[in-house]
Structures are given as C-alpha cells and as structure tokens.
Design a protein around this ligand. Structure first.
Ligand SMILES: NC(=O)c1ccc[n+]([C@@H]2O[C@H](COP(=O)([O-])OP(=O)(O)OC[C@H]3O[C@@H](n4cnc5c(N)ncnc54)[C@H](O)[C@@H]3O)[C@@H](O)[C@H]2O)c1
Length: 259
C-alpha cells in the first residue's frame, strides 16, 4: 500500500459513504486527515473512527455550496497541520429523480452549487495553498487532487439530467485544471464510480420496487461497488509512485462502460 506519512489530506463529504471510506483509508496509510462535511454528527463519527484506530484527524463543518466555507475549511487545515498535500472533492448530492420537465430551477441551481461549485472553488483554494508549498527535494509533485465524478459524467442518466450535467462538468474542470497546473507539480484526476453502496444509492434503490436488481444487472461484474473499492482507487491516484498520472477520469465501474 502507498505511504502517505507526513501528508495532509482534506476530504469533503467525509461523513458518509465514499468520503468516509476515503478518509479512513488515507489515515490507515499514514496521512493526517481533515474530515469536512455539512453533517456534523456523521463527520464527527468519521473523525472518531479515525482517532479510535490511532490516526490523526479533525472535523470541520463545511457546506461545499458556500465558497467562503470551503476557504475557511482550507484555512483551518493549514492552521492545524501547516500544509495541504491532497484535496479530495467528493461531497455531492443525487438531486431529484425525474425527467427534464420535472426538474425545477431550484433543483438545477442547487445541483450546480453543490456538485460543481464544490469542485471549482475547492480546487481554487486547494491549489492556491499548494502553490505556496515547497516541492519536497526534487520531488516532481507538489499536490494531488481527486474530484469525484460518476459514470453519469461519461454517460447520460435518464431521470437525472442535472446530476449528469454536474458530473460531466466535474470532468471538464478536472482536465482543464490538470493542464493548467501540470508544470507546477499539481496532479488533478477524477474518479467515475458506478452504483456504490452508500446513502445516495440507497435513496435511488428505494425509488421503485425491483430497482436494486435492475441496477445490479447493469454492472458486468455482478455487484455494486463498495465505498472501499472507490477509496482504494482514490489513494492510488494520489500515490507519489503514480507521479505521471494527471488529467485522467478513471471509470471504476465493474465493467459498466466497457460495453
Ligand atoms: N454511491 C454511488 O453510487 C455513486 C456513484 C457515482 C458517484 N458518486 C459520487 O460520490 C460522492 C459521494 O457520494 P456517496 O455515494 O458516498 O453518498 P453519501 O450520500 O453517502 O455521501 C455524501 C456526503 O456528502 C455530504 N454532503 C452533501 N452535501 C454537502 C454539502 N453541501 N456540503 C458538504 N457536504 C455535503 C453528505 O453529508 C454526505 O456525508 C458524490 O459526489 C456522488 O455523486 C456516488
């Protein structure tokens, strides 16, 4: 497993699902972790899980739809740990389940603020900090960012136009910012999971009888993803052994998009 000792990881949406699994995995690999979430109870629970296992973490309450709160969370990270090596922009919402004409302006605006604004402003504040940091020795990498998109970022998703649009936007941001900062030692990648067990996917499963079976049958490997499946790929993307990887969107989908 990669070694993240002496590295500081900031993870949004770390109170649940993929974000929690990622925060725990970074801690197991030696990083100090900032657990950011809008849900204080769940965020504190993730922090306690890390601390009980002997890791170093703290919780910061942060609504990623509010750029000022992201800025404050990054400032708290640096105040506590002195630097930022890894930014994981994971927090997101699934939005209303319905066709285009069922979606409201409020649905669309909220989706863009949470799922796209979080990545745009998250990267702004993360990269601004990373650029102030020395590259260790002649190490080519100054900072690593992973943005959590979705297979709905590479495919259409009927009944979820705002969600699919938001996850396509995450990939546009990832590729563009990777190009803009490649020479300054900042790697930016995205992960595109298929259906993965979490609160978000449970909500989708409960929309209609038989939904879970139908969703599972779409995945060639024959099962949903687990949060730790996604977390392990995020760690791989951030590993310093993986220094040549930037601007990529890894489809972690049990074969879904291969067909
Ligand atoms: N579960 C899946 O099948 C799946 C598939 C593809 C992509 N994703 C993406 O993975 C990411 C994580 O989702 P998950 O499946 O773990 O769901 P989840 O609902 O378990 O976790 C989402 C977390 O984000 C937090 N959050 C929501 N809005 C926030 C806000 N405004 N500010 C700060 N935190 C906020 C929630 O409190 C929660 O802890 C999302 O971006 C989601 O779109 C999930």
């Amino acid at each position: 497993m990669s070694n993240f000792v002496n590295q500081i990881a900031f993870v949004t949406g770390a109170g649940s699902g993929i974000g929690r699994a990622t925060a725990l995995a970074f801690s197991r690999a030696g990083a100090r972790v900032v657990v950011a979430d809008i849900n204080e109870t769940n965020g504190q629970e993730t922090t306690e899980l890390i601390q009980q296992a002997g890791g170093d973490a703290f919780f910061v309450a942060c609504d990623v739809a509010q750029p000022a709160q992201i800025e404050a969370a990054i400032q708290q990270t640096v105040a506590a740990y002195g630097r930022l090596d890894i930014g994981i922009n994971n927090a997101g919402i699934g939005g209303r389940f319905g066709r285009l004409l069922d979606q409201t302006q409020e649905d669309f605006d909220q989706m863009m603020a949470v799922n796209v604004g979080s990545v745009f402003y998250g990267m702004q504040y993360q990269i601004r900090q990373m650029l102030t940091q020395d590259q260790p020795g002649d190490h080519p990498v100054r900072g690593k960012i992973v943005n959590v998109s979705s297979i709905a970022g590479v495919r259409g998703m009927p009944m979820g136009a705002p969600y699919s649009a938001s996850k396509h936007a995450v990939l546009g941001l990832t590729k563009t910012v990777a190009l803009e900062y490649a020479k300054q030692g900042i790697r930016v990648n995205a992960i595109c999971p298929v259906y993965t067990h979490s609160t978000m996917v449970d909500d989708l499963i409960n929309k209609a009888p038989g939904m879970e079976d139908r969703m599972r049958k779409m995945i060639p490997i024959g099962r949903f993803g687990e949060p730790d499946d996604i977390a392990q790929a995020i760690l791989w993307l951030c590993a310093d052994e993986n220094a040549f990887c930037t601007g990529q969107a890894i489809q972690l989908d049990g074969g879904f998009t291969a067909g």
